[in-house]
Design a protein around this ligand. Structure first.
Ligand SMILES: [Zn+2]
Length: 153
């Protein structure tokens, strides 16, 4: 009789492998009325404290730190704006694109856009072109103002 190759392990259960670039972190699973701590796989880039407040397992999202650029205004009474971007993944989402790591790009108001890594690369190229246009507009404004000041002198 041939024995299974698993037989020598007896009652030893191998620990499931953790995905590359992931770690096990504690998470408070449940509701505010009743929760327990369980360990979940969390990507290395996630900075979310999964113990901060209880969450159902299907509602757990992974989020990274926000990077931002400030859009200042010299107009008194107007607020500066911020354009923001961060990584996010929703492992229980029905949409593969939001289950995968993706970027959340937006402003500090209401605008939010979800981008795949490819979308984000294209946006980065467009922003580089936009930055060049921004410099050209600044140069035009500076030349215009110098000309107006010379005529007035
Ligand atoms: Zn996480």
């Amino acid at each position: 009789m041939q024995q299974s190759t698993q037989a020598p392990l007896g009652s030893v259960h191998p620990f499931p492998a953790i995905k590359p670039d992931h770690r096990l972190v504690p998470a408070r699973i449940g509701s505010f009325a009743s929760s327990q701590v369980a360990f979940i796989e969390c990507p290395a880039w996630c900075t979310e404290d999964h113990m901060d407040s209880p969450s159902y397992l299907v509602d757990i999202d992974h989020t990274g730190d926000v990077c931002a650029v400030q859009v200042p205004t010299f107009m008194e009474g107007d607020d500066d704006h911020f354009w923001t971007a961060r990584l996010e993944a929703s492992p229980s989402s029905k949409d593969q694109r939001t289950r995968d790591a993706h970027l959340m790009v937006g402003d500090d108001q209401r605008f939010e856009a979800r981008l795949t890594a490819d979308d984000a690369e294209r946006l980065a190229d467009d922003l580089i072109a936009f930055a060049a246009q921004l410099r050209a507009l600044a140069r035009t404004a500076r030349l215009h103002n110098q000309h107006v000041a010379e005529v007035a002198a």
